[in-house]
Design a protein around this ligand. Structure first.
Ligand SMILES: *[C@@H]1O[C@H](CO)[C@@H](O)[C@H](O)[C@H]1NC(C)=O
Length: 375
């Protein structure tokens, strides 16, 4: 009887969920490393993923940084008939934009471009959009159209059509960005796509979740709920902390073998699928990297020996009374240039390094983030 009830509940929550497969492309860093250009890039644009969460200036330009290590993207269709684009599903921003056929930058030539004349449902917007990035910018016009995600159609969605893009964008594996943070963070000034999806009654619950695999295939964005086939145990829920416009939570402490190594007395962190690493204040990050015996490597990364990787301790994040333990297999990043830790200085952000280990649910209706052990 109990199992029948559980099964019914499972069927009920699974219905109406949309699963969007995410692919892992080659990161911009990998591409630039292969072409021998990464060192120059790193010198010009030090790793600074926190910039996008700094307070906005008067021109309402959010200084963002392109993270050269992000790799996950999914496909959406824009217009009638749909034109398809690869987008980064970014919980750290709130706007949707793709390149347009009017873009003359070399970066756009490497990506799909939206042709508004070829869509019978396109409506031009009135405002231009401009997003300033640490490593350049993306700018253009705005418009409204139908967005197709999996089998779901979101109507009258505001989005940006770039006309100029920073050179660096030519190296990223995705064409554009689909923001999944809150409306007040939107630079285009419209309703973000997820809010429209909910307001238009397209999804059963006001939440989405993400499973990030370490393989090329298998990652998934789930709209409208959570899918137990991607995690084990329970989802541990954490209320948003002083939430205003992004997915902000409070970490009570970070420990190694019971010793507090960071966030002593608590710290607040953003859960961001658009940041590759875990970042935090430099004193705390240096302390963690010190405990891991890391040394400054090429490009200023925290290098560790690949062969001794499994001797490293787990790093435990204590959040809302739960302990989330990150093993070295999760926080050590292997690349052609060797092994490095996934901890870099900035403000506190739990990026892909954290989300690969923990399936993450973003509950807008209840202002909570949930983590469960990913399968
Ligand atoms: C855009 O679409 C229109 C209408 O289908 C077509 O005439 C035009 O050539 C297209 N422009 C480009 C740059 O593809």
């Amino acid at each position: 009887m109990k199992s029948a009830v559980v099964l019914l509940a499972f069927l009920a929550v699974s219905q109406g969920l949309l699963r969007i497969p995410l692919m892992r492309g080659k990161s911009a860093r990998q591409l630039l490393e292969e072409r021998g250009l990464f060192e120059e890039y790193r010198r010009k644009f030090p790793y600074n993923p926190s910039a996008k969460f700094l307070p906005r200036n008067e021109q309402s330009v959010v200084p963002m940084t392109f993270d050269p290590d992000t790799t996950y993207y999914g496909v959406i269709g824009i217009g009638t008939p749909p034109q398809f684009f690869r987008v980064l599903f970014d919980t750290g921003s709130s706007d949707l934009w793709v390149p347009s056929v009017r873009c003359t930058s070399s970066a756009c030539d490497r990506h799909g471009k939206f042709n508004s004349s070829a869509s019978s449902t396109f409506q031009a917007g009135t405002n231009p959009f401009y997003i300033s990035y640490n490593s350049g910018f993306a700018a253009g016009s705005t418009g409204y159209d139908i967005i197709k995600i999996s089998d779901l159609y979101v109507e009258h969605q505001l989005f940006g059509l770039t006309e100029t893009e920073a050179v660096f964008l030519g190296s990223v594996p995705w064409d554009g960005i689909l923001g999944l943070a809150f409306p007040s963070m939107s630079l285009e000034g419209g309703t973000p796509i997820f809010d429209n999806m909910w307001n238009q009654g397209k999804i059963p619950q006001n939440m989405f979740s993400m499973y990030l695999s370490s393989s090329v295939e298998g990652s998934v964005l789930i709209l409208g709920g959570t899918d137990p086939s991607y995690y084990t145990g329970d989802i541990n829920w954490i209320p948003l902390y002083q939430a205003t416009n992004f997915w902000n939570i409070q970490i009570q402490s970070i420990t190694i073998n019971g010793n507090t190594v960071a966030c002593s007395g608590g710290c607040e962190a953003v859960v961001d699928s658009g940041t590759s690493l875990i970042t935090g204040t430099s004193k705390d990050i240096n302390n963690i990297n010190g405990w891991l015996g890391a040394s400054p490597g090429q490009y200023g990364d925290a290098a560790v020996s690949c062969s001794n990787m499994n001797l490293l301790p787990n790093i435990v994040f204590n959040i809302n009374g739960y302990s989330f333990s990150l093993p070295p297999s999760a926080f050590v990043i292997k690349s052609a240039s060797g092994c490095r830790t996934g901890f870099a200085p900035g403000t506190w952000i739990l990026g892909e390094v954290f989300m690969r280990q923990f399936y993450t649910a973003f509950d807008i209706g209840n202002n909570m983030v949930g983590f469960a052990q990913a399968v």
